[in-house]
Design a protein around this ligand. Structure first.
Ligand SMILES: Cc1cc2nc3c(=O)[nH]c(=O)nc-3n(C[C@H](O)[C@H](O)[C@H](O)COP(=O)(O)O)c2cc1C
Length: 254
């Protein structure tokens, strides 16, 4: 068995790391005297046979997802994007703070500006900021500093993480497990894009501060990912990658 939760609660390998009191560990840090409503929950379950079939099918479908860098400019209705983003927003989050904002961009001038700024940063990265190991790891992907897809894809979504919120009195109130929460929401987002029959690329121009400035985002938000979304071109190609087999990604504790 993996270590039980009680053990893990008190283990912090590096106490100097940012530490937020965990609301799940310190229930007394919230006002427990208030009563909050609970509602009944139920969910359809399946026979073991159905579960096997459903999980196999879902895995096979998920395994077809690829990061695509060749985008068509074919339009996609805005409501499709809104549905995708609201699906992402169903993700679990630390203390239900939902610490994300999705910037949905179709404006041509803004896309061009983002491309220009991303390329400036990426050029610096490829021309010296990235280590030799990093550049070598990127070789099979065939990437370079050019980011044409930001102009071409009909939609760009910038996922922003909200590090803290402003209370009504203007004071700051921290969010919890922000990167974990926004990472999970981004996973939902990527799957929702695939479910629509569209493609995306998880893009992280580095450093990303220019995005917050270009989009005029408030000071409590930090750029997390930039995702072009649309259809692939008819002759789109992806690198021939293999995924780790079961034996390399699962450790069993029976
Ligand atoms: C956090 C993260 C950042 C990434 N950043 C970039 C990027 O900046 N540019 C790019 O071309 N691909 C980027 N990728 C895509 C990866 O290269 C890609 O997921 C990987 O090669 C596996 O390919 P697949 O997504 O087709 O399975 C990123 C992926 C992740 C998860």
């Amino acid at each position: 068995m993996p270590k039980n939760h009680e053990d893990q609660r008190h283990q912090r390998s590096d106490p100097s790391q940012d530490f937020h009191p965990n609301p799940y560990i310190y229930p007394n840090s919230t006002n427990m005297s208030k009563e909050y409503p609970f509602i009944p929950f139920s969910q359809k379950s399946y026979s073991e046979e159905e579960m096997l079939e459903r999980t196999r099918d879902f895995y096979a479908w998920a395994d077809c997802r690829r990061s695509v860098r060749d985008f068509s400019d074919q339009p996609v209705p805005k409501e499709v994007l809104e549905n995708i983003l609201m699906t992402a927003s169903t993700a679990p989050s630390g203390a239900h703070k939902q610490p994300w904002t999705f910037c949905l961009i179709s404006n041509t001038e803004l896309k061009s500006r983002l491309r220009e700024l991303a390329e400036q940063e990426e050029k610096k990265s490829y021309d010296g900021r990235m280590s030799d190991d990093w550049l070598e790891d990127l070789e099979p992907l065939g990437t370079n500093w050019e980011k044409e897809f930001i102009d071409i894809a009909p939609w760009i979504v910038v996922v922003m993480k909200r590090v803290y919120e402003f209370k009504n009195d203007g004071k700051k109130r921290n969010n919890y497990y922000v990167s974990e929460s926004v990472g999970i929401a981004s996973g939902f987002l990527i799957m929702a894009i695939q479910n629509a029959g569209l493609v995306t690329l998880t893009h992280t121009p580095s450093p990303m501060n220019f995005i917050a400035k270009a989009l005029n985002r408030p000071e409590n938000e930090r750029p997390f990912l930039l995702l072009p979304i649309g259809y692939p071109t008819n002759n789109a190609k992806v690198p021939d990658l293999t995924r780790k087999p079961k034996g390399q990604v699962i450790e069993y504790y029976d």
